[in-house]
Design a protein around this ligand. Structure first.
Ligand code: ADP
Ligand code: F6P
Length: 477
């Protein structure tokens, strides 16, 4: 069997042996611990002097190959082009896109350099699976270095509509680079369509069978021809291991932190949210919708608590400092309005937690409140459903703009901009009869079991195995 090489910017922290907050690290960690192989990427360190050195650490069946980034590379590749240009653009925030040509050069340079670090570690029959927007030029760089292995790419975040992508000045170079992969995986059908729409209307490429007739489903990916390349593309919605999460949730319920939390709640109902502190997650709108609920239904005052866990992320970027300040101001205002001596309406926590603690908190709660403005998939929504007690499940309130909404049709689907609509959904969730909660849960858990993280990995790798690596026209942007 071929060895699997995973390449991603963020790698699960090796010392703790578990994934970092973020869908990529969690999903890939779950996928790789079964197959074994190598995980190559950034160590998370910024090296202030000397050349970053590659480190190899064996942990069970996985070899972690990580390397630091020089300060300038971190600034241009990670903070700059990846997170100040691509992240807002791919999350449909054209108003927040910043662009600096030097950062783009740095992004390309770091991709080339990382690819060169990986080349000596490769064997001829390795299968290479590259993840996420930081590494769009990676296949082109590997091909330029003479690598002929099969190379697939999975995008964890949305792929934007062509009109939004056009706002990123080097959009053509990015899509051309994507066409150097053999197989492209996206979270949803809408993402694949957006990519193919760009290929046809902006790059003069073609989709076999026609843009509107082609299927973009896993197991039967569409054939794309563009930039002198032939590749395939489909939607491979990432999953979780629902039964493992349910076990963790049961075990975690006996832990000290969860017991303490229950004691402080008394008989109040619990609304639970967990997100990286990112402006794409719609946290301000979410706080306001909870406030609207308390405004409109006074019976919920002092009878329901909302816990928002939000570990800070990319904290050295202005946009993230800004969202943090806005949230703190909203939180202070809402808690000041409604708090009682024995009740704080919103508990807002910046900590990381063990997966078992998060799962147990999900199981204790009556509502999972997951309302991003835009999200590739949103694993938290899937984790929330997985953690529920089948006899007495909570209700998921889910944004229509999370990829997970395609599969979790048993959730109460909301528009995260519509504050009144979200307040109504919260009220409906808090008062939903047991029979309806069970029916919705059964529908969702069946879907999560049939498309768990092994299915995601195996389907992608099977489709990649059917695709014969072809040499692209490699070159600088
Ligand atoms: P994103 O990839 O944008 O961060 P996802 O919802 O897909 O969004 O993935 C987030 C992952 O990070 C989930 O698996 C979630 O459980 C985990 N996570 C988020 N916050 C925390 C936290 N405070 N402690 C531990 N894990 C967290
Ligand atoms: O899943 C989306 C994602 O952007 C990953 O690519 C990333 O690792 C994660 O969220 C967290 O962001 P960061 O790696 O910048 O901390």
């Amino acid at each position: 069997m071929s060895r699997l090489i995973i390449v991603s910017n963020r790698v699960a922290p090796i010392s703790e042996g578990g994934p970092a907050a973020g869908g990529l690290a969690v999903g890939v960690y779950d996928a790789l611990k079964e197959t074994g192989g190598m995980w190559f990427g950034w160590s998370g360190e910024v090296v202030s002097s000397g050349q970053p050195q590659l480190q190899l650490v064996e942990q069970g069946p996985v070899t972690f190959a990580t390397i630091g980034l020089a300060r300038r590379d971190y600034d241009q590749y990670y903070r700059g082009f990846s997170n100040a240009t691509l992240w807002p653009a791919f999350h449909y925030r054209a108003d927040m896109i910043q662009y600096d040509g030097h950062d783009f050069e740095g992004y390309w340079r770091v991709n080339t350099w990382l690819a060169q670090q990986l080349v000596p570690l490769l064997r001829p029959d390795d299968v290479i699976w590259v993840h996420d927007y930081h590494l769009i030029p990676f296949a082109q760089a590997l091909r330029a270095a003479g690598v002929e292995n099969r190379i697939g790419f999975f995008l964890h975040i949305p792929f934007p509509a062509a009109q939004v992508l056009l706002a990123v000045p080097p959009h053509r170079a990015l899509v051309e680079a994507l066409c150097s992969f053999d197989l492209l995986g996206f979270q949803t059908q809408a993402d694949v369509r957006a990519f193919c729409d760009y290929v046809v209307h902006e790059a003069g490429g073609e989709i076999e069978g026609g843009l509107h007739a082609a299927t973009f489903i896993a197991g039967s990916p569409a054939r794309v021809r563009a930039f002198g390349r032939s590749l395939r593309a489909a939607a491979y919605p990432i999953g979780v291991y629902p039964d493992e999460i349910a076990q963790l949730a049961k075990a975690g319920a006996r832990g000290k932190s969860v017991r303490m939390m229950r004691q402080t709640l008394h008989e109040r109902k619990l609304i639970m949210s967990v997100d990286r502190l990112d402006y794409s997650k719609g946290l301000v709108e979410r706080f306001r919708a909870f406030e609207r609920l308390l405004d409109h239904v006074p019976a919920y005052r002092n009878n329901v608590s909302y816990v928002q866990i939000a570990p800070p992320t990319r904290a050295d970027m202005h946009a993230y400092q800004d969202i943090r300040l806005r949230l703190e101001s909203e939180l202070g205002r809402i808690n000041g309005r409604f708090a009682e001596l024995d009740w704080t309406p919103i508990r807002y926590i910046h900590r990381q937690y063990e997966r078992s603690v998060l799962a147990a908190l999900f199981r204790q709660s009556h509502v999972g409140y997951v309302t991003p403005l835009r999200d590739g998939m949103n694993l938290v929504a899937k984790e929330y459903v997985s953690a529920q007690d089948p006899d007495d499940p909570g209700v998921l309130v889910l944004s229509r703009f999370a990829g997970a909404a395609d599969e979790l049709t048993g959730a109460l689907i909301v528009n995260p901009i519509d504050i009144d609509g979200m307040a109504q959904a919260l009220a409906q969730a808090l008062s939903m009869p047991l029979a309806e909660r069970r029916a919705r849960y059964r529908d969702m858990i069946a879907q999560l079991r049939s498309n768990n993280v092994s299915v995601w990995r195996d389907t992608f790798l099977r489709d990649l195995a059917h695709e014969h690596g072809r040499r692209p026209a490699a070159g600088p942007p």
